[in-house]
Design a binder for this molecule. Structure first.
Ligand SMILES: Nc1ncnc2c1ncn2[C@@H]1O[C@H](COP(=O)(O)OP(=O)(O)OP(=O)(O)O)[C@@H](O)[C@H]1O
Ligand SMILES: [Mg+2]
Length: 360
């Protein structure tokens, strides 16, 4: 046992019920710069940065209290060396007992180097993605721009056959641009750092998204409308506020609307609603479309998932939209509910915590 204790690459300290160090292995000198023998009898707080010392005994109590056998996973905490420098540490705690005395065994690993490596690899990944996205987007934007210019030319310069072909080029280039954007989003969306945390008025988000979807809905012969919560004046005199990233929330609604429009046959209806619901704001898109079997619903948020029906009917799409929606909603601390019935329709609701305005 002693061999394991001393051979560990991590510092290990054993602490008694009063928070005093009763054992410390040799590795404590490499990790903390303390001679292990000097640590014996000291309060464990000598290893805690001074700014966190005062609160530490209470946290310690929370671990040892209630029978002392509470399991704890890995903790990411700050620790301090003998020379006063702080370092990020990964700490795992275990409750042990020796001759009936409850003790806590803390294994401490200095993760400075690992975090630095992680940051560096995140930076390289971001740089690569930024470059790749620029390189992919620039030519596509130019293809789309010139195609539009050609389509603007008169009948004498671009005949009907060429016009049909150009329209296909334009449609496919737009599709590819959307795909590039979606892939980049998936690469970045998982961390909150890339998201704003500003007050966002969902009324505005709904208006913009509904305006954007109008042409597509009309093209498919669908009726598109929105009801905003009762009490919200038409010009947004009263806002439905959440905290987040307006552009990303717009993207959520764009994706839900694009699905509703795609999966609803001509003559159907698509309705957007936004209303408070138990401390949350519920943003929902309902359609009278194909609907889904209950077993299918949990899968629709998986990357690249498309229902066999969507594939068979060649409904355009890559199966990325809802996984992007899911990442954005999670990053906002929200959740998604799906209510769908085959042949009847689908309602997808996004619940976001309502913003609580600080009292002036
Ligand atoms: N409103 C809906 N009605 C019926 N099925 C839906 C609806 N929304 C999503 N689905 C099902 O969930 C699948 C995944 O949706 P998702 O938005 O992720 O992908 P997509 O729309 O197929 O492609 P993309 O969004 O990448 O263009 C769809 O292919 C479809 O089978
Ligand atoms: Mg979609």
């Amino acid at each position: 046992m002693r061999g394991v204790f001393e051979a560990s690459p991590d510092a290990i300290v054993v602490i008694d019920a009063d928070g005093r160090i009763v054992r410390a292995n040799a590795q404590c000198s490499a990790v903390f710069g303390h001679d292990p023998d000097d640590l014996l009898g000291e309060p464990v707080e000598v290893l805690v940065p001074p700014r966190l010392r005062e609160a530490h005994p209470a946290r310690r109590g929370a671990f040892t209290g209630g029978g002392g056998a509470r399991a704890m996973g890995l903790l990411q905490l700050a620790a301090v060396r003998a020379d006063g420098t702080e370092f990020p540490a990964e700490i795992s705690l275990a409750a042990v007992s020796h001759d009936g005395e409850p003790l806590t065994c803390a294994t401490v690993r200095d993760v400075t180097a690992r975090l630095a490596l992680q940051q560096e690899s995140d930076r390289v990944r971001e740089e690569l993605l930024a470059t790749v996205s620029h390189e992919l987007r620039t030519p596509l934007t130019s293809i789309i721009g010139y195609t539009e210019l050609l389509l603007d030319l008169g009948e004498s310069q671009v005949g009907p056959a060429a016009r049909r072909m150009l329209a296909i080029v334009e449609r496919n280039a737009n599709r590819e641009l959307r795909l590039v954007n979606d892939l980049l989003d998936l690469a970045f969306l998982d961390d909150r750092e890339h998201m704003d945390a500003e007050p966002v008025d969902l009324v505005e988000v709904v208006r913009a998204a509904v305006d954007g979807a109008r042409v597509g809905a009309r093209g498919r012969g669908l009726e598109l409308s929105s009801t905003l919560a009762a009490g919200v004046a038409p010009e947004g005199a009263r806002a439905l506020l959440v905290t987040g990233d307006e552009q990303r929330l717009g993207q959520v609604l764009d994706n839900l609307l694009s699905n509703a429009v795609k999966f609803t046959a001509p003559g159907g209806r698509v309705l957007v609603d936004c209303a408070p619901r138990e401390g949350d704001l519920a943003l929902s898109v309902s359609d009278t479309g194909t609907g889904m079997e209950a077993v299918e619903v949990p899968q629709i948020f998986d990357r690249l998932y498309r229902s066999p029906r969507a594939v068979r009917d060649q409904v355009p799409g890559a199966g990325l939209g809802l996984s992007i929606v899911d990442s954005i909603v999670r990053a906002h601390g929200g959740r998604i509910e799906v209510d769908s019935e085959p042949g009847v329709g689908t309602t997808v609701s996004v619940l976001l915590p309502a913003r609580v305005e600080p009292v002036a």
